[in-house]
Write a protein that binds this ligand. Structure first.
Ligand SMILES: C[S@@+](CC[C@H](N)C(=O)[O-])C[C@H]1O[C@@H](n2cnc3c(N)ncnc32)[C@H](O)[C@@H]1O
Length: 275
């Protein structure tokens, strides 16, 4: 089995907690949870995950849930202070810390202050969350690339730095994080740039948790359908034909006894294993 790394006093381990289901924690994450003196966690970290660190102090540093928001710089400096106080610090973030998670900023601040860090990747919602909805983020008959996009920037607006026309023209499958707030603008920008209104879309809310909900819609209807179905963040939007694969791969529905809706949703007309 080999020796697992020791979380030494004065260190900060920056760790991804995955999209929600505690079963998606990595072994390195569990090893860290068992050793930490203090766990500084974000809003999207599920409460059961903290149960893996009963010995540690749990410090909330999130930006949701009606609780006061901590400023990013204050969080980073708090981590520095905890490390300098000789604590074994676990910084736990939803999904992967380096995917739309400000993990790079926090690690940079720690290193700038001379604090030793270890990075523990996690399963990102835009991959693992879609898998729980029965959507493969890549599929040979659909896409040879995938484009990950954030729906808002630091100011909270739709990112101005994004070239939506280029994205619309070039992205085979689009996976959008934090897209709910500006879903109307995102849909309008993609449609205006020529994406078809009947392109399949899935909206996966609270993926991998007991509250997971999935809405299947189209680019043209997505904004209205999200409102009508009262879909709430956190949510991943997936735009592209890979969404059709859910008709055969919705494994949670299959486990609950449902039959596959369509064994050949891409109309390949041949067995899947034949290339
Ligand atoms: C600040 S970003 C963090 C992303 C995270 N670092 C990751 O790799 O998944 C927060 C966004 O991630 C997405 N997200 C995170 N967890 C999710 C979940 N369980 N279900 C659906 N979307 C999720 C949502 O788009 C949410 O607004």
């Amino acid at each position: 089995m080999g020796a697992w790394p020791a979380l030494e006093p004065g260190w900060v381990w920056l760790c991804g907690a995955g999209p929600g289901d505690p079963g998606l924690l990595t072994l390195h994450a569990v090893n860290a949870l068992r050793q930490a003196d203090v766990v500084v966690y974000d809003a999207l970290v599920q409460a059961e995950i903290l149960d893996w660190a009963p010995q540690a102090e749990h410090v909330y540093a999130g930006k949701r849930g009606g609780k006061p928001s901590a400023k990013q710089r204050d969080i980073s400096l708090r981590l520095v202070d905890l490390a300098r106080a000789g604590k074994r610090v676990l910084r736990l973030k939803g999904g992967d810390p380096f995917v739309f998670g400000r993990g790079g900023e926090e690690a940079q601040t720690l290193i700038q202050h001379g604090v030793p860090v270890r990075i523990i990747p996690g399963i990102s919602a835009g991959i693992g969350g879609l898998a729980y909805a029965g959507i493969p983020v890549t599929h040979r008959d659909v896409n040879q690339s995938v484009t990950f996009v954030t729906g808002h920037d630091q100011s909270g607006a739709t990112p101005q730095s994004l070239n939506w026309r280029a994205i619309a023209e070039g992205a085979q499958v689009l996976v959008i994080y934090m897209g709910m707030k500006h879903v109307d603008q995102i849909a309008a920008a993609l449609l205006e740039a020529g994406r078809p209104a009947d392109e399949p879309v899935a909206v996966v809310c609270s993926a991998t948790t007991p509250d997971q909900r999935v809405l299947e819609t189209t680019l043209g209807r997505m904004a209205a359908d999200i409102g009508a179905a009262e879909m709430e963040p956190p949510a991943i939007l997936c735009i592209g034909r890979s969404v059709l694969m859910r008709q055969v791969l919705d494994w949670q529905a299959l486990m609950a006894g449902a039959a596959p809706r369509n064994l050949d949703p891409l109309n390949r007309g041949r067995p899947a294993e034949v290339s």
